[in-house]
Design a protein around this ligand. Structure first.
Ligand code: SER
Length: 320
């Protein structure tokens, strides 16, 4: 990774991955791109930035060629709940963007990363400790996109020798940029509401387990996988990674240790609950551990104290 292009740079992952990559690889070596052009995003002002609609193949190619990138990190995509509300739009954006990104990477001989998700699994997948290689028959448009994406990345690797790599991310939790439109978003919202109001109404029911991960672990996983010895990578697209398997009441109990008056309520959203019910309770990251040394630093306890501390500072700054 010497010169890196990131799509969806202003999204949940990109907002933190771009600064981290700039820290490690140098400011001028990370080209951030996003469909948004607003100047209020500090990222658009703090290093190379280009406005890019990922469905525009020519524009994407021109930007990548202009900056002579050797690494392509494709993040631009709709999350699960939004994709379910607009399935055709999601197909066109998620798959169209991915095909354009893979073609650009192929033409310019780039190393390639794109995230898959726990959404790539479905109701017929074994629910507990879900294996790396297993049944993948998702029932959501997001899941259909993710499985198709995994297969397409494998195809570009097999057919054209493109160095494609990916992980199946669980719900990602961070205090920087909100996710927006995902099923696991409750695990971010709960922290904002705990600090703002001392209570939260969860749209996911009690007893619903899903995998989660704190953003610093996710960023380390991306960099570690991209830096890994290619001869060790058997599964490539895409590796199960996880840090925490939790249900909403586990977050509530952990938050209560810091905010004793915190109160949790439930008002289940049937659409997002159905998506959550179709996903695993916990996934098995053994292949990622064995093939490129995946590890996590944050369990639920550590994540909760760090998240509350950092978010409190952020909310104070926003007010002040
Ligand atoms: N966090 C994502 C979502 O909920 C899952 O990959 O859509």
């Amino acid at each position: 990774m010497k010169k890196i292009l990131v799509t969806g740079a202003l999204g949940q992952i990109g907002s933190e991955l771009v600064p981290k990559l700039r820290e490690v690889y140098g400011i001028d070596n990370v080209i951030a791109t996003d469909i948004k052009q607003e100047k209020q995003f500090w990222l658009t002002q703090s290093g190379p930035y280009e406005t890019l609609d990922v469905t525009n193949a020519q524009a994407m190619f021109d930007i990548a060629k202009k900056h002579q990138v050797d690494t392509f990190i494709h993040l631009a995509a709709l999350l699960s709940a939004t994709a379910e509300a607009k399935p055709l739009f999601a197909w066109n954006l998620n798959m169209g963007g991915l095909v354009n990104a893979l073609e650009t990477a192929k033409e310019l001989q780039c190393q390639f990363f794109t995230p898959s998700s726990i959404g790539a699994f479905g109701p017929s997948t074994p629910k507990d400790n879900t294996p790396q290689v297993t049944i993948q028959r998702p029932t959501t448009m997001y899941g259909v996109n993710k499985v198709s994406g995994e297969l397409l990345c494998d195809y570009f690797n097999l057919k054209f020798g493109l160095d494609t790599r990916g992980v199946r991310f669980p719900g990602l939790i961070s205090y920087v940029a909100p996710p927006g439109g995902g099923t696991t978003d409750y695990a971010v919202e709960i922290f904002y509401e705990a600090l703002r109001r001392g209570q939260y109404t969860s749209y996911i029911s009690q007893g619903t387990y899903m995998d989660m991960m704190y953003m610093p672990d996710a960023l380390n996983a991306i960099i570690k996988l991209m830096e890994a010895d290619p001869t060790k990578l058997i599964h490539r697209n895409a590796y199960n990674v996880t840090a925490i398997s939790a249900q909403p009441e586990d977050f509530a109990a952990e938050i209560k240790k810091h905010i004793p008056h915190f109160k949790m309520n439930y008002k289940v959203d049937p659409v997002r609950q159905a998506i959550a019910d179709s996903w695993p309770n916990s996934i098995d990251p053994t292949a990622a551990i064995n093939e490129w040394g995946f590890s996590r630093n944050y369990n639920l306890e550590k994540l909760t104290s760090d998240m509350l501390e950092k978010l409190q500072q952020k909310l104070r700054q926003d007010v002040g």
